[in-house]
Design a protein around this ligand. Structure first.
Ligand code: ATP
Ligand code: MG
Length: 383
């Protein structure tokens, strides 16, 4: 199994996973690998490390994919690699431009205080805009494959839930009935009794007319909420489409693997197309099958005793980590496998950070290797 097998016939690949596991690295390496095979691929990255951004020639405030200079990518590169850094604020503005009735209305919304807070609030808006951007790129149809990196979240599913929360806020039926700008809805009377004096006091003290701003905001949104609902439905459809693939990026630590198993189950229950798992930064025993005690004995002959003991202890830690990773990989494969295909691809812990095209190439090699090639590559690392 290689990533190319997992992505056969797919047009959208979403790399989800907990914080810091290697989502950004993996998405870039997947895009690189699929492009090398001849596809026109765009990767949407989220907050890439500066060095990786530089390596891909990514520029800030440039909310469209740009082609990565082919000179950076080597001669046998058959396709095209495009990359962008998601700018949530810009994406939100673009969305308003698309759905507002006219430019005047769009400008008023973008100047509204509630909108400004909403579009720059980190929690939720990154997830929302990532999916919004993905949808627009998919609809434009300029690429064979879109690869989406996802924001750092506590767990992999936060990413899926956040856009829905924000959309239902924008659809706003609950708040809207409370603050209906014209006419006296029941809600205003309800608010009038309890909350309004409070909001009035807030306005006098802070100068912030929260209720006024909110009601203007929803007034401006007006019938756009129908478009939000329609778009939300279309986005849901795209996420569920059989040409979409969710790849889970995870480490081989026990809680991470537990979460991966749960993530797969939840995706399946939600009718979302789970394609496989990338287990990143897997530890391999660099001492082959040697037992820690043998290593200590061997070292004792060569090194001062205290040092020999320390080296042996470090080795033992690594040995334990490698065994744990090995067990967890097998457990994950047994849980999420599909017949002979275990749908689990491992990438070892590499020396040094992965922050340039050469680093991505190393990750790509593991992702796109056949089972045998991967064994050989791992053996090379261990040697
Ligand atoms: N296989 C690997 N071997 C060694 N280092 C790696 C490997 N994969 C990723 N890294 C390094 O781990 C760090 C985290 O990777 P990355 O930024 O891709 O994670 P992330 O999941 O996108 O994080 P966040 O959730 O914060 O967005 C980076 O410094 C990267 O270079
Ligand atoms: Mg990241």
């Amino acid at each position: 199994m290689s990533v190319a097998d997992l992505l056969e016939g797919r047009r959208v690949c979403i790399c989800g996973g907990a914080g810091g596991v290697g989502k950004t690295t993996t998405s870039a390496a997947i895009a690189l690998g699929m492009a090398a095979r001849g596809a026109r691929v765009a990767v949407v990255t989220i907050d890439p490390a500066q060095r990786l951004a530089n390596a891909l020639g990514l520029r800030e405030l440039d909310n469209e994919p740009r082609r990565v200079d082919p000179d950076r990518l080597g001669d046998d590169f058959a396709g095209e690699l495009w990359a962008m850094m998601l700018d949530p604020k810009r994406t939100f503005d673009e969305l308003i431009d698309r759905v507002a009735a006219d430019p005047q209305r769009a400008a008023e919304i973008k100047a509204n205080r509630v909108y400004r807070e909403l579009s720059t609030a980190v929690s939720g808006s990154q997830e929302f805009t990532a999916v919004a951007k993905l949808y627009d790129l998919a609809r434009d149809g300029n690429f064979d494959l879109l690869v989406l990196d996802t924001p750092p979240s506590r767990n992999a599913l936060d990413f899926l839930e956040a856009p829905g929360r924000l959309t239902s806020f924008l659809e706003g039926s609950a708040i809207r009935t409370l603050i209906r700008p014209h006419g006296l809805g029941l809600g205003v009377r309800v608010l009038g009794r309890g909350a309004s004096p409070l909001l009035g006091a807030l306005r006098r003290v802070t100068g912030i007319d929260l209720l006024g701003d909110l009601s203007t905001f929803f007034g401006l949104l007006g019938d756009m909420t129908d478009d939000f609902s329609a778009r939300a439905a279309a986005v849901q459809q795209m996420l569920r489409d059989p040409t979409t693939a969710f790849l889970l990026v995870t480490s081989a630590a026990t809680p991470a693997v537990d979460e991966a198993i749960w993530f797969r189950r939840t995706l399946q229950e939600g009718g979302l197309p789970f394609a496989g798992a990338i287990v990143n930064r897997v530890h391999h025993d660099r001492f082959g099958d040697a037992e820690p005690d043998d290593v200590a004995a061997e070292l004792a002959a060569e090194l001062p005793e205290a040092l020999a003991r320390r080296v042996a202890a470090t080795f033992e830690d690594y040995h334990r980590l490698a065994r744990r990773d090995h067990r967890n990989l097998a457990r994950l494969a047994a849980e999420i496998g599909d017949g002979d295909d275990d749908r689990v691809i491992q990438v070892p812990q590499l020396d040094g950070d992965v922050h340039d095209v050469a680093g991505l190439e190393r990750v790509r090699a593991f992702l796109f290797a056949s089972e045998e090639e991967r064994e050989r590559l791992i053996a090379e690392i261990v040697a």
